[in-house]
Write a protein that binds this ligand. Structure first.
Ligand code: NAD
Ligand code: UDP
Length: 328
């Protein structure tokens, strides 16, 4: 049976890919976004799709777009640059926003899947991170607006499950990349690829020994769908366990792009986690999920997208310079 699905954060990187996947399954999608960090460009290909309906709306303000069967709650600034700029908004969307989305699911008896994060583990002291680990989060540091909002959202989701009997799911997402990742939101993969394509220096923060585990977007979305179709209420890590130092990641980007850019070192942001790797035993056992795409293959798959973003930026810059010239 096909469903009427509601996605918050639909114009973002993950929300837009999830929309494509849910439409392919035959569902109809009601998409909500306040466009604070996302872009309608990510949804342009759906302009004439009758099963897709977009509403520009801030989910911190209660909303109701008629009966729905499933809520996917993805709205939140996600990159460290975005949530640092939008600190209060990030806390609000992770509290009142998530609560409004849960109220809607409760009203219609809809299922609910919430996009949580590996940041719930903070700077982890256990490696790799299993779902049972409670984390090591600085509650007052610069990342706390995101980490604590996400942890509060998890508590809200579990409370609506326990007290209101909402049929909920929690996915802890580890660093994901792919086409439609914002070229300028400061995340490491987009920064490195754009820098390499523009022959700028690749900016490694700290000495580059900190690690991340990068998952290609199609693998990640496959994990979301499997979890959505399961009845697992406890958190599930979805991420690629292949762990990279940031310095090796920079070298991989140089190999894939064939760029002659140099690697330079810049100060490490405060509280930047030193290591991050998902333990995906639960996803393997419960969902039969396993990522398929390794980092270098994934980087190759996004090159064309980033090349077009770089070309657009260059042409926008040239246009401004040209117009400035006309005005001189
Ligand atoms: P993104 O910034 O591309 O997308 C987030 C979307 O939410 C944007 O379109 C933004 O405009 C929208 N939004 C923000 N506040 C809103 C509000 N108050 N009301 C309505 N819309 C709002 O980021 P993304 O990478 O696609 O992340 C999506 C979700 O996945 C986020 O909840 C994020 O925390 C989570 N996540 C992502 C990653 C990752 O690696 N991409 C990792 C962990 C968790
Ligand atoms: N990073 C970096 N150079 C950049 C951007 C990020 O070295 O230009 C590092 C950052 O310090 C962190 C890692 O790459 O250690 C991942 O950063 P990102 O912002 O993508 O996400 P995070 O996992 O920190 O939320």
């Amino acid at each position: 049976m096909t469903k009427r699905v509601l996605i918050t954060g639909v114009a973002g990187f993950l929300g837009s890919h999830l929309t494509d996947a849910l439409l392919s399954e035959g569902n109809s999608v009601v998409g909500i976004d306040n466009l604070s960090t996302g872009s309608l460009e990510n949804l342009k290909h759906l302009q004439s799709e009758p099963r897709f309906d977009f509403h520009q709306h801030d989910i911190c303000v209660p909303f109701d777009f008629d009966k729905i069967d499933y809520v996917f709650n993805f709205a939140s600034p996600a990159s460290p640059e975005d949530y640092s700029r939008l600190g209060i908004e990030t806390l609000e969307v992770g509290s009142s926003g998530t609560r409004n989305a849960l109220e809607l699911a409760s009203k219609y008896g809809a299922k609910f899947l919430h996009a949580s994060t590996s940041e719930c583990y903070g700077d982890p002291t256990i490696h790799p991170q299993p779902e049972e680990y409670w984390g090591n989060v600085n509650p007052v540091g610069p990342r706390s607006v995101y980490d604590e909002a996400k942890r509060f959202s998890e508590a809200l989701v579990m409370a609506y499950h326990r007290y209101r009997k909402v049929d909920t799911r929690l996915v802890r997402i580890f660093n994901t990349y792919g086409p439609r990742l914002h070229a300028e939101d400061g995340r490491v993969i987009s920064n490195f690829i754009v820098q390499a394509l523009q022959r700028d220096d690749l900016t490694v923060y700290g000495d580059g020994s900190q690690t991340r585990s990068f998952c290609y977007v199609s693998d990640e979305i496959d994990g979301f769908l499997r979890l959505a179709h399961s009845d697992q209420h406890l958190p599930v890590n979805i991420g690629n366990p292949s762990e990279w130092t940031i310095l090796d990641c920079a070298r991989a980007v140089l190999r894939v792009t064939g760029s002659a850019s140099r690697i330079v070192f810049k100060p490490l942001p405060v509280d930047d986690p030193t290591q991050r790797q998902p333990d995906i035993t639960r996803a393997r056992q419960l969902l039969g999920w396993e990522p398929k795409i390794d980092l270098e293959t994934g980087l190759r798959l996004c090159l064309e997208y980033f090349q077009s973003r770089v070309a657009m930026n260059i042409s926008a810059h040239e246009k401004t310079e040209f117009e400035k010239g006309l005005r001189r």
